[in-house]
Structure formats: C-alpha cells, structure tokens
Design a protein around this ligand. Structure first.
Ligand code: NAG
Length: 420
C-alpha cells in the first residue's frame, strides 16, 4: 500500500486526481533527489548516491484503493513528525558486555537456551561474513566460531529454530546489493552438522519465516530484484532438521509483502509484525552491484494467521518499524519485546531514521507499549533474553543523540535487567 502522506502530497486534497497526483509525485521526487544528492556528502554504508530511477510509481489500483480508504476514513492521518521522532520512554540501566568477534549489519541470530547463535551479516558494505559466532548467556562470553556452508546466503536470511535444529532459508548471496539464492539449509546445533533442504521455489530477501504446526512457513520478503515486495507464502513439512516432503507448497498470500519483519508463533497462531515495502537495489549495470537507494515505505502493521488460515489485522506498533526479524524476544510466556529498527525517513533530510526504543506486545490483550530506551538507536540488532536479562548485540547505530541516521556497524553487546 502506498501512503500518499509519506510523500507529503494529498494530505490537503481529499479527492486527488490521478494525473495531478502523478505530476506532484514526480516533482517531489526530483526535489527529493536533489535533497538526497546534496545531503549525502559523506555517504555511509547503505547510503549511496541516489539516481533518477529511485522513485516507484504506485499502480493505479493502489491509488484507487488508497483513495477509497481515505474516504472510508480507515487510513487515519499520520503525522510524519510523530513517526520520525523518538518516543518518550523510561530510561534503563545498560551494562556493556564483551564485543562480538566481528561487527555485523543484517546478521541473523537464534537463541537456544543459554546460547545465541549469530550468523552471517555484512562486516562492511563490501565484505560479508560466512561463519557463526556463539554468545553464552551463562558466562557472558563469545566463542564457538564455525563456518557456514559456502552456498548459504550472507544476509537477508529467513531463520527459525525448533529448539535444536535451525532452519535457514534463502537470502542475499554476497556483499553490496547482490542477487539472492534460494538455497536452504538446516543446522543441528548439537552436532554442528549442516544439511540441505529443498530450495525455496524462488529466492527472496528477508522473508518472514516461522515453524508452525509442523511446517516451515516462509512468506513475503523482497522479490528477486531486492526491491519489489513479494506476497507469496510457502510451507514445507519438516521434522528434526529434515524435510518430510520433496516440494514447498503454496499457502495463502500475506496481505502486505516486503522484507525485515518479525515473525512469531504464540498460542498456535502465527504473527507477522512491522517491516517495509521497497529496499535498496543494485545500480543497473554496476559490476559490483553497488547498492542504490530506492523508495521505502516502513510500516507497523500486525497480521495474525489463525485456525481457518485467514489473516486478521491487529493493533499496529507504536510507530512503523522495520529490520526487526532478529530483534525480538519473548520476555515471559505471553509477550515479546522488539528492540530498535528503522522507521519512516526523516521528513526534511529524507535520511533513513533509526529507532532507539524497545516496544512491548502482549498477545492476550493485543496491547503495545514503549518500555525503555536503548543506549543508542540501532537497526538489525540481534536480541536474546535469559534469566531476566535482555541482551542485544551488533547492528548499525545512529550518528549520535541529535542525528538518528545510520552510521557505524557494531559488534557491541549490551544487557539490561527487565521486569515486566
Ligand atoms: C555456557 O557457559 C557455562 C559456564 O561456563 C557452561 O557451564 C555451559 O555449558 C555453557 N553453555 C554451553 C551450551 O556451552
């Protein structure tokens, strides 16, 4: 869904005509281009020079639906500044722990008991990791490094565990904004043995991934060009790290596609939270697949898949939030916290905006709250919860308290005592 308000157009015109909308959008796009070009004098990782082709035109059908929604009053007017700004949040006491062996952006992590298995990720935009590091929450040390299979993607992985086996689905192969692979694997975390699973029917970037009712579910993500949201949903029966079927089967598509969402099973229901439509993509013709920025729409939607295999919309997050696929943890039996992420771009500078809050969602009441501040805003951080301590490690942090745009890729590890 394209939100007209995110372009600053249409807010004052209740019945925008299509042609007018397009002209306005195009003009604004050029302006935005200029702003980006002039504001990005020192582009950091993932913030590269923007070219003319960075604007995605919404389809006519999308606009019509948007208009309809507005008339129906469903699309509550959102004030850009509200989503961009930090939210009031309690201050927490943070303790700095041992740094991860390497810094990581877009890494992946899975907690099994007192261990956090941390996979892959970018070290820099031109270098990706192809190994696993393990953090032990009992003695608070890093160790246990071992290699990933050579064919496994290095970022934008879908990943989930049954408590012993980790299922690792598709993702981006290589640095910058390279193409994806459909290759899919399992890891036995006891023996450290890898195994192949049938490849996903087509590759995806950062699809929502979960185990549900004996099946590995994979949905959404970005399509093969890294930018276009996919809405397809597949599943395959699995047990003990092996596929019980030869092929993936198609399931009900997700209402809204796109990458970088939290995907959680609670009380036999499957939830998909936050994410975005659109992402950086390779500059056409670039031999190194240089990342170039495209329009992104971050959202805070929450969808639940129930017994009848029907999607239901639940109350949205306190603000749009993306890059949170490995930034969540259960803190007690019936609630999760989501740590940091990215939200809507800055309304004036158009720079990517990071989140420095922790959100809490109670499944039974379906209530969201903001429960604390992080030491800094951070995206694609990797989260675990052990014996009352909330941990986060790695990711990309902000430029400083006054500037929420992304800068340094980190290996820092922090924890705070959390009582909810
Ligand atoms: C984590 O560290 C503790 C204390 O050194 C150790 O007893 C435990 O076995 C470690 N966990 C794993 C899974 O290796």
């Amino acid at each position: 869904m394209v939100r007209i308000s995110s372009f600053g157009v249409g807010g004052k015109h209740k019945s925008t005509k299509f042609a007018l909308y397009c002209v306005g959008l195009f003009g604004l796009a050029l302006l935005v281009d200029l702003l980006w070009a002039s504001s990005n004098s020192s582009p950091s990782i993932y913030q590269s020079i923007v070219s003319q082709e960075n604007v995605v035109f919404p389809s006519f059908a999308q606009i019509k639906e948007e208009d309809k929604k507005k008339k129906d009053g469903i699309d509550k007017k959102r004030v850009l500044a509200d989503n961009f700004a930090d939210l009031d949040a309690p201050v927490l006491n943070w303790e700095k722990m041992a740094n991860a062996p390497v810094p990581r952006l877009d890494g992946a992590a899975i907690q099994i008991k007192d261990q956090l298995f941390v996979f892959a990720g970018y070290g820099t935009i031109d270098y990706v990791h192809s190994h696993v590091d393990i953090y032990n929450f009992t003695d608070n040390t890093w160790g246990g490094r071992f290699d990933m299979p050579k064919e496994m993607a290095h970022s934008h992985l879908g990943m989930v565990t049954d408590g012993r086996y980790i299922y690792i689905v598709t993702g981006q192969y290589g640095p910058q904004c390279r193409g994806p692979t459909a290759q899919t694997f399992t890891l036995d975390t006891v023996t450290k043995k890898w195994r192949d699973l049938p490849p996903l029917p087509v590759p995806r970037y950062a699809p929502a991934t979960q185990l549900w009712r004996g099946r590995l579910h994979v949905m959404g993500g970005s399509r093969e060009n890294r930018h276009t949201p996919g809405t397809e949903h597949w599943s395959i029966a699995v047990k003990d790290g092996k596929a019980l079927e030869k092929e993936w089967r198609s399931e009900i598509p997700i209402p809204r596609g796109g990458p970088h969402r939290a995907c959680i099973v609670y009380n036999d229901r499957l939830y998909v939270i936050g994410g975005q439509e659109g992402d950086f993509m390779a500059k056409p013709g670039s031999p190194i697949f240089k990342c170039s920025r495209r329009n992104e729409i971050v959202f805070g939607d929450v969808y639940m898949l129930d017994d009848d295999m029907k999607w239901t919309s639940l109350p949205p997050m306190p603000k749009p939030d993306s890059h949170i696929e490995f930034a969540w943890a259960f803190v007690n039996k019936n609630s999760v916290v989501i740590v940091g992420g990215t939200t809507e771009k800055h309304p004036e500078t158009k720079k990517m905006t990071l989140i420095g809050e922790i959100f809490h969602f109670e499944f039974d009441t379906q209530k969201w709250s903001v429960i604390g501040k992080l030491p800094y805003r951070v995206k694609t951080t990797l989260v675990g919860f052990w014996k009352g301590w909330l941990y986060f490690t790695s990711g990309q942090r902000d430029k400083g308290p006054e500037d929420p745009s992304p800068r340094k890729v980190l290996g820092e590890t922090w924890r705070t005592k959390l009582e909810l």
